[in-house]
Design a protein around this ligand. Sequence first.
Ligand code: URA
Length: 431
Amino acid sequence: MVDVIERKRDGYALSEEEIAFFVRGYTDGKIPDYQAAAFLMAIVLRGMDETETAILTDQMMHSGETIDLKKIPGIKVDKHSTGGVGDKTSLVLGPLVAACGGKLAKMSGRGLGHTGGTLDKMESIPGTRIALSDEEFTNQVKEIGIAIIGQTAEIDPADKKLYALRDVTATVESIPLIASSIMSKKLASGSDAILLDVKYGSGAFMKNVEDARKLAKAMVAIGDKLGRDTKAVITSMEEPLGFAVGNNLEVKEAIETLKGRGPQDLVELCKTAGALMLVQSHIAADKEEGERLIQEAIENGKGFEKLKEFIGAQGGDVSYLDDVSKFQVAKYIHEITSPKAGYITRIDALGIGLSAMKLGAGRAELTDPIDHTAGIVLRKKVGDYVEEGDVLALAYTNKEEVAEVLRDIGGCFLYSKKKKAAPALIKDIVS
Ligand code: URA
């Protein structure tokens, strides 16, 4: 291992044998944390080329179980977001793509810190199960075109160990390490095609569009080298996506969107990403046809019917989807008002995400409990004009002492006398 660390320290490209030696040895516990940490830091400082990154990904993917989706006929397509605030896209996009004939077999995660997770949102619908047996998962995708479950412990053990080590050794910020971490899990999940939503901005992992583009290109290159049709959209997380942030609040917004009354930014993202997924599934000939099919699935209600079928199949009580007044509502709803008149020029997504977490919607540690009713519903978005005293947002919580959080939410809004248009949501498509 010392030789391998030295070679990366000195800037050489590593061979398949060297990378495999590291991944196997570290996963098996034969290589200690201190050597792995030194190696990871050498990668952070020296980087990895496309071939090394693809080899690292392949080795990580094969460090544990891989899911075999061959029993499901047709092209299976997966979607992954690098995480954001108010990102309920999967709950809208998944049913829409399935309603158009796509097959989505997806493993999702839980929320952590300021970002939310699809599994928590699904569990805010009473009864919904996110643990299905292999057979249930496969049959559900075959029969209704969509299933979303939690990642099993047997998938990608190398990533679990490496990510925990990176977290405490300042080695998270590296494009090859992030790209291989995300892609190894996606590839192990077995889909033929992958659509990545790489977010940038204050509420995202990548803080600027240039880094997001580099990450997107690195992940698309890995997909290409390992034989999966991979595309990426690069999207803004400079303000939260849509209006709702927090679990059952976001489910309600997802339902509204499937009923044709969604926020403009969320609808735009679902149409673009959905269209690309339909092209990847060979259902649409091009993006334009894909967008038309997605729009039709919103207008004719088939997307909403598919959401009910999907949640019902996973044990969820679909009467909540038909009648959203059944969802529990937080004990306290506080109004946050504007201290002055002007145009909103910025709503800090990171600040909103952290505040939602403090209201109870998220967790600081993966084992913390969450409150499905807590969160924030924005009343204004970037580009809107407000008078002094207008309501900017509503804060939902069951906690008593939240004065500081309410002040923080107010502080997330910036104003100007001049109108500033919201930044384009979709910056680029990488394929
Ligand atoms: N998400 C992942 O799964 N891995 C990373 O390295 C960063 C974000």
